[in-house]
Design a protein around this ligand. Structure first.
Ligand SMILES: CC(C)(COP(=O)(O)OP(=O)(O)OC[C@H]1O[C@@H](n2cnc3c(N)ncnc32)[C@H](O)[C@@H]1OP(=O)(O)O)[C@@H](O)C(=O)NCCC(=O)NCCS
Length: 251
């Protein structure tokens, strides 16, 4: 509903590259059949396999495996290496980045998942953040909005008709979270430090960073609508970056 101007054609096969000035956003399903699961599992590091095993429910294990596996397949394709050869390093709040010299061209990526849907963003431009959420009722939505949203965001949300409240809430949430994920600080960084637009009929905009309008203008913030019932956002510290969005066939 808010990323309405972006098209999501099926991803080309073979996959092809990502240009120096491009941001690729790939939407894919985390529900995959056993052969795909096995292929993804075969690419994981020992640390990732241990993390996969730590999930209590099989679906959690499978979703984590597919998310990491597809990330590895896409990055390996771009770097010309095998998926299992990639090594990840982790920021202070757990953001995975490419590590270990396999990254001469400075690739950045970020992954997000909600229910069965995942978004993967890949670019050479700058550290990138992506967030997706399934639209769903949130019982303490008012309390979360008061805690994490600025007074202006909270007012914009309250001004929406009841039927648009859930979409408005998750639009705000994903736009702010995408910025946090680009910086790598995660939710501890303070969702109230970044102010984003909510007007449903207009493109998403980052309005203020720590109260600073000029600082916000050095960023791109784009709303994404990868599938019915989901909303998302992409953020990176480069102005006017336009994402190229694709659906992995079968989503
Ligand atoms: C981890 C965090 C960065 C994002 O969490 P999230 O929105 O629940 O999860 P997402 O699916 O969007 O992102 C998780 C992925 O981001 C990456 N990631 C992990 N830590 C990250 C960080 N600090 N910065 C950026 N990306 C990070 C990982 O690839 C991770 O997936 P993987 O472990 O399967 O590879 C953090 O901000 C957090 O804990 N958020 C809580 C969100 C919340 O409470 N939401 C309630 C909505 S009502």
């Amino acid at each position: 509903m808010s990323g309405h101007s972006i098209r999501w054609p099926d991803a080309p096969r073979p996959f092809g590259g990502v240009g120096d000035r491009e941001v690729l956003v790939l939407a894919f399903s985390l529900d995959q059949d056993a052969p795909v699961q096995a292929a993804c599992a075969g690419t994981l590091s020992a640390e990732e396999r241990a993390r996969a095993e730590s999930f209590h429910f099989p679906a959690g294990r499978a979703h984590y495996t597919i998310g990491r596996g597809v990330t590895r397949f896409v990055l390996a394709d771009l770097l010309g290496v095998l998926p299992g050869e990639l090594r990840f390093a982790y920021g202070p709040q757990g953001k995975p980045e490419l590590a270990g010299g396999a990254d001469p061209a400075g690739w950045h990526f970020n992954l997000s998942h909600s229910a069965h849907l995942a978004l993967l963003a890949v670019t050479r431009l700058a550290p990138v953040g992506v967030d997706v959420e399934q639209l769903r009722p949130v019982s303490d939505q008012g309390a979360i909005a008061r805690r994490f949203f600025s007074p202006a965001e909270h007012a914009a949300l309250r001004a929406l008709p009841p039927a648009d409240q859930t979409a408005g809430f998750f639009n705000l949430w994903t736009r702010k979270e995408a910025w946090l994920k680009a910086t790598g600080v995660g939710i501890t960084g303070g969702l109230d430090q970044v102010e984003v637009s909510l007007a449903l009929a207009e493109p998403a905009r980052l309005l203020r960073l720590f109260g600073d309008v000029a600082a916000a203008q050095t960023w791109t913030l784009t709303a994404l609508d990868p599938a019915p019932g989901f909303t998302g956002a992409l953020a990176l510290p480069v102005p006017h970056a336009t994402p190229r969005c694709h659906r992995w066939p079968g989503l």
